[in-house]
Design a binder for this molecule. Sequence first.
Ligand code: MLT
Ligand code: ZN
Length: 457
Amino acid sequence: VPDPTDPLAAGLRAAVGDAHVLADPELRAGYETDWTGRFTGTARFVVRPADTAEVAAAVRACAAHGAAVIPQGGNTGMVGGGVPRPDGARPQVVLSLTRLDALGAVDPVTAQVDAGAGATLAALQAHAAAAGLDAGLDFGARDSATLGGIVAADAGGARALRHGTARAHVAGLEAVLADGAVVSRRNGLLKDNAGYDVPALLVGSEGTLGVVTAVRWRLVPRLPARVAALVPLPSVERAVALLGVLRSRLPALEAADFFLAAGLQLLLEHQRIAAPVAAAPVYVLLECADRADPTAELAGALEAAGIEDAVVADDTASRERLWRLREGHAEAIAAAGVPHKLDVGVPAARLAEFLARVPETVAAVAPRARTILFGHLGDGNVHVNVLGAEPGDDRVDEAVLRLAADVGGTISAEHGVGIAKARWLGLVRGEAEIAAMAAVKRALDPAAVLNPGVLLP
Ligand code: MLT
Ligand code: ZN
């Protein structure tokens, strides 16, 4: 029970109602540690507002009483950005958006829909499908990840190859700023260049500039005929060359992910299943989607690329089985320990070099660690997972992020910067750009109420 003389508690209770201010450590626990288990801290309170007005009131209460606001959606983040800071000097309040989960009617004319920040990706997908459309975004955490967090992080997933990251789907949004003011642009006009694009600025801002409360989401046509193929390959170079052929010959290409032998082995042991494909150093998982069956088109493209050996899945169950091999990596790794997860992006031309250099780079700072590499081939997006390094030892992080920057890549592709990578932002953003970001932050949130420690060094 919150201390009745605590003005922060009183302010929050007035904002969201007594029942939605959680102070009990047991009730708070699920909000205090992130999905990886690596990032954890203590919140003074977890608050669960019901609507935008309550979010604004809660933010104002935090600002008035010197508390930091930690916005949180489905808590599927992997960079410590949605859980309390371990070293938080100020009281920290987790602002859970999950109750804002309403989905509006799909507008068939614009193919857009209004979604609350707390609606899950899976709920949006089902809602869109019922209207003959598709969310155009997908990843393994779909049942828990919420749209506010997806937009705040600019999440990507496997289908960004065809449809872009979350940013491409945001036709507008509503957000609460650090002073409790509400900005709202949700008329869905794709041509609207009246000045600075504040909603665009909030995409990828990781809760540091505003709390996203609702999104106007752009849907895409639903393509019901789908086929997937798992292609074993002798090298990463061959995988990149394959992608080159597919890009020009396979307009139905929707996703091109990859994993390696070590990751598949770990997953097969974890899921207790047998390998569905011949052993190889590299595996590429492709998905095509179209109005009519794209299987022949896929087969033709694979032949043109000189591929003789692939497992093709043209029904939903076998397609999902293949995708579990790729999407199951995160869980198989988590079951083996607390990983360092480094989500980086590298140019296709240097992907093979990067992947070859990661193990030796990690071994130089953590000789007993092992490295599992997988990700989204089509975007050069590599998930570097390091098992067996101390969770607090960030030499591994630094070494991998420096390597990504050295090959012309980025330190964050789709998971965000969070607290995990903030100190290395300078590896991929120049001084002037970081100064501009800091100036925006100071202007919108001078007292650093919103998600302090995230994103900016
Ligand atoms: C994925 O591609 O599976 C997700 O980004 C999660 C992860 O990297 O573990
Ligand atoms: Zn991913």
